[in-house]
Design a protein around this ligand. Structure first.
Ligand code: UDP
Length: 243
């Protein structure tokens, strides 16, 4: 089996591709000439699976993803249970940077959308310094005119669009934007710009290794408690084979 026809495993009807590592995902995002392939990468986590059960629109967006990868230990465990084979959790916060680093080596340009204005400008500055990537345009996540923004993205000519608006806002935006600007690779990255500039810290590696990054996030941002509590529903569905 090649990486390109990797068979997806369905969790509550949502396909998830069982990638083994970030490099494995990159092989599917870029073609043999190292050109990026237009498409949409979506981090599938328990929260998105639950949203898909409640919203046909979210479900259709997730079904549309060309690169649905398992981000979130709950989804990794559910895929392993169904497929009987091991896979890795692919953290979206690592993947988007790996995409940009690889893209910067070839002729690609990126549009960065989302987060607060000061976070976005620090993020762009740091990316330019660390990767030399061509930044075709920037817009913070608090815009008023979505149609104008989509036009700006189209005219920027960016072939990579990274969207940091949180879910499901970023996925809804990507769905609209790619109608006007289909020849690009899109990825929604939630709060990853904040993490990249050090505005929000990720769990220490020790917690990540123990699969407890979600718990670290909960205690560092207690206002997320209601979002996290919903995850018990996912655990219930998983334990009783309902997804
Ligand atoms: N955000 C934004 N516009 C909005 C709402 C949120 O740009 O209207 C940004 C916010 O500044 C943060 C990110 O989206 O950088 C959301 O991060 P969160 O960790 O909540 O996303 P998740 O990964 O949990 O979906």
């Amino acid at each position: 089996m090649t990486e390109h026809n990797l068979t997806a495993v369905k969790i509550a009807d949502i396909p998830v591709k069982p990638f083994k590592s970030i490099d494995h995902v990159l092989e599917v995002i870029f073609d043999d000439n190292n050109d990026i392939i237009p498409g949409v990468a979506i981090a599938i986590n328990p929260e998105k699976i639950l949203q898909s059960l409640e919203s046909e629109q979210v479900k259709s967006i997730l079904l549309d993803a060309t690169i649905p990868f398992a981000d979130g230990i709950g989804v990794v465990k559910a895929v392993e249970k169904k497929s009987g084979s091991k896979l890795s959790r692919i953290a979206g916060a690592d993947l988007w940077l790996a995409v940009i680093k690889k893209a910067a080596l070839h002729s690609n340009s990126v549009f960065l959308l989302g987060s607060k204005p000061e976070v976005l400008s620090q993020c762009a500055e740091k990316l330019r310094a660390e990767t030399n990537v061509v930044i075709a345009g920037l817009c913070d996540g608090y815009f008023n005119d979505q149609d104008k923004l989509i036009n700006d993205i189209h005219h920027s000519g960016a072939n990579i669009v990274i969207v940091a608006l949180g879910s499901p806002k970023q996925e809804l935006f990507i769905q609209r934007c790619k109608e006007k600007h289909p020849k690009a690779f899109y990825m929604g990255v939630g709060g990853s710009f904040d993490v990249y500039v050090g505005n929000v810290t990720r769990a220490p590696q020790f917690w990540i290794n123990l699969n407890l990054e979600w718990f670290y996030r909960l205690i560092s941002e207690p206002k997320r408690i209601f979002r996290q509590l919903r995850l018990f529903k996912f655990i219930y569905l998983y334990l009783f084979n309902k997804i």
